[in-house]
Design a protein around this ligand. Structure first.
Ligand SMILES: C[S@@+](CC[C@H](N)C(=O)[O-])C[C@H]1O[C@@H](n2cnc3c(N)ncnc32)[C@H](O)[C@@H]1O
Length: 400
């Protein structure tokens, strides 16, 4: 495995375990490091040089470090409950031949190609098909052109992408080598905001531009805190919706539904059966706009869509937004962005803090306000990446 190919298998396994210290939270890298060190001390007493840190786990997950030796692999396997190194995406210190993510020459074993399980501790049922209405009918699947959801999946180390998506992803990585880290931070931000909102009593989530399902997705995160949370996933991409339909399974006490619709048509979302049947309109709803508004090029279109989306939300509802920016970028990054944007090789309209603040007009922002996403209530055990590595702002605001 070459550098910078993110090891999502390792992260997926960690995300199936709960934090020993914080009820309802997934195991952090620091907690995993502590558990691995305990196991190493049992297996190899006195070999303190084997000890690992949260940073080491992070580097492994992000694919920026070499692979661990046999002793550390064994401890990781035991702690994470994996039957083999391959299940954790770990191999001998020599690179594997082929590209496990990109061109499919190193196809993983069949068992590893299964969708990621929901955490074993959360009992799940597949709800009867209640909705999944199409608010934006008629959009055909176009496999010949890259699609945002699938490019993002590629950057996150997922398996649901095709050659055009990988080509765009590779172009992005060539121009912005930290693009995988940026995607991972974007997911982590969304997850932290959902955790905080569920912990503050929100039980309904409207996740627009939901993307291809990943571990720690909105209903998993929210229902881990309160099992009766209700979530509606919205995306305009039919392929994303196929995955959402197939993989999102609610806790029996809650509810999960979905609608294929476009943020540019908020009324179609609000009128959909999924939204009308899922939400109690006397209770607050969190509207999640994670990394989606920057796919709307026109400022006025974006402002109108957000306003219309929020207008009927009950008081006490909330908006979460994450949005691309070049505010922190070095001149050469700005030039690369502008060049790619001009020829349509980057489907993202980066905006300044003040332009993004316009979308938040009238909301009461939760501290620390609109900030680089990694700085929004970070995990204290993690080292903050420099904002220019990530290039994303994020904020959460209350509708009062
Ligand atoms: C980068 S992913 C973000 C996934 C997730 N929200 C997150 O924060 O990690 C953007 C998703 O938004 C979807 N999308 C883009 N424009 C959209 C629109 N106008 N309406 C609905 N979905 C859209 C794409 O299909 C893609 O799945």
């Amino acid at each position: 495995v070459t550098n910078n190919e993110r090891n999502t298998k390792l992260e997926d396994h960690r995300m199936r375990l709960w934090s020993p210290k914080h009820p309802g939270r997934k195991m952090s890298r620091a907690e995993l490091a502590t558990a691995v060190n305990r196991k190493l001390a049992q297996l190899y007493p006195g070999k303190r040089s084997l000890r690992v840190t949260a940073r080491w786990i992070k580097d492994l997950e992000l694919g920026v470090t070499s692979w661990p030796g046999a002793q550390r692999r064994k401890a990781l396997r035991i702690v994470l409950g994996a039957s083999s190194d391959a299940r954790l995406g770990l191999f001998d210190s020599h690179p594997r031949s082929g590209d496990p993510i990109g061109n499919g020459t190193a196809t993983p074993p069949a068992a590893d190609r299964q969708p990621v399980d929901t955490p074993a501790q959360v009992p799940t049922v597949r709800r009867p098909v209640t909705g999944g209405s199409t608010g934006h009918p008629g959009q055909e699947v176009d496999w010949t052109r890259p699609q945002t959801g699938r490019v993002y999946d590629y950057l996150l180390g997922g398996k649901d992408h095709r050659p055009p998506d990988r080509m765009m992803g590779d172009d992005l990585l060539a121009a912005f080598p930290t693009a995988r880290e940026a995607a991972a931070q974007t997911r982590a931000f969304l997850e932290r905001t959902v955790q905080m909102l569920a912990a503050s009593g929100i039980r309904q989530f409207l996740d627009i531009g939901a993307g291809i399902p990943r571990p720690g997705c909105t209903h998993e995160t929210a229902q881990a805190i309160a099992s009766d949370c209700r979530v509606v996933y919205v995306d305009h991409d039919p392929v994303v919706m196929q995955h959402v339909r197939a993989r999102h399974v609610s806790h029996p006490a809650g509810r999960v539904d979905h609608v294929q619709a476009d943020l540019l048509h908020p009324q179609a979302i609000l009128d959909s059966t999924a939204v009308r049947d899922t939400f109690d309109w006397h209770q607050p709803i969190a509207v999640l706009l994670g990394a989606v508004v920057h796919h709307i090029p026109d400022d006025e279109d974006a402002t109108t869509a957000i306003k219309k989306m929020l207008a009927p939300m009950p008081l006490g509802s909330a908006l979460v937004i994450s949005h691309a920016t070049i505010d922190f970028s070095h001149p050469e990054q700005v030039a690369a962005y502008e060049q790619m944007h001009a020829v349509g090789r980057i489907p993202v309209r980066a905006r300044t803090a003040s332009a993004i603040r316009n979308f938040l007009h009238g909301l009461e922002l939760i501290d620390p306000g609109l900030v680089p996403i990694a700085e929004w209530h970070p995990d204290p055990s993690e080292q903050l990446p420099a904002p220019e590595r990530i290039g994303m702002y994020g904020a959460v605001g209350w509708i009062r």
